[in-house]
Design a binder for this molecule. Structure first.
Ligand code: PGA
Length: 252
């Protein structure tokens, strides 16, 4: 059985004091949960402070993005090595907001993913279709393209450091989550594709998170689906109590 994995993507929210308040509260509520892997992804400016609170706890820290070089003249960018230095064990890559607003392409994301995996950082790699794509019955072909191009040249052994997050764009921040059936259908498609490309074991062991308007009220039903192994949570992760309820819903 795959251990559930729940991550909070804070996006561009929380100044340092607010970030500290959130993780201190979270630590109090979920500090003894061992049945679920828990990750928070604060904005870069809060990583250092949050890291000091999370030291020696069950809560890991991730970044929301990173670049594909160790150092150099890349104004405004942050390297995986810097993220490891500040205490991150994870980074998100390919979030739909990065794809949409910052023009991150499948090819660029593939280059970033390959580089990041050489550094030891683990990756939550996001995929998902837009509303128009779903309405035109393109969901599977979009997921196939994002995964085949995004994970191109990876070895099956690389996949133990990768989690896929299925995040339909139409469900992100809209309050309109995918139904458990829609999520299961997409997750099963992704798992079958990974099995075909990277082998039975890689597919069987790959955690697939669902993301898009996950709330305490819908978490239980979504996680009960066979191929839903956890969540990438945006809005509801900004509050310790609601994020904790989602984590608790994932305890098998
Ligand atoms: P949401 O965001 O939970 O606010 O819909 C999810 C995400 O973008 O990861």
């Amino acid at each position: 059985m795959i251990k559930p994995i729940v991550a909070g993507n804070w996006k561009m929210n929380k100044k340092i004091n607010e970030a500290l308040e959130l993780v201190n509260n979270l630590k109090k509520i979920v500090g003894n949960i061992t049945e679920v892997d828990i990750i928070v992804c604060p904005p870069y400016t809060a990583l250092h402070s949050v890291s000091s609170v999370l030291k020696n706890t069950n809560i890991e820290m991730g970044a929301q993005n990173c670049y594909l070089k160790e150092s150099g003249a890349f104004t405004g960018e942050i390297s995986p090595q810097m993220l490891i230095d500040v205490g991150c064990t994870w980074t998100i890559l390919g979030h739909s907001e990065r794809r949409q607003y910052f023009n991150e392409t499948d090819t660029f994301l593939n280059q970033k993913l390959k580089y990041v995996l050489t550094t030891g950082l683990k990756v939550m790699f996001c995929v998902g279709e837009t509303l128009e794509e779903r309405e035109e019955n393109l969901t599977e072909s979009v997921l196939r393209r994002q995964i085949l191009e995004g994970l191109r040249d990876l070895q099956p052994s690389d996949l133990c450091k990768v989690v896929i997050a299925y995040e339909p764009v139409w469900a992100i921040g809209t309050g309109k989550n995918a139904t458990p059936e829609q999520a299961q259908e997409a997750h099963a498609f992704i798992r079958a594709l990974i099995k075909k490309e990277f082998g039975e074991d890689a597919g069987k062991n790959l955690p697939i998170q669902y993301g898009g308007s996950v709330k305490p009220e819908n978490a239980k039903e979504l996680i009960s689906q066979e191929d839903v192994n956890g969540f990438l949570v945006g809005g509801a992760s900004l509050n310790a109590e609601s994020f904790a309820q989602i984590i608790k819903a994932c305890i098998p």
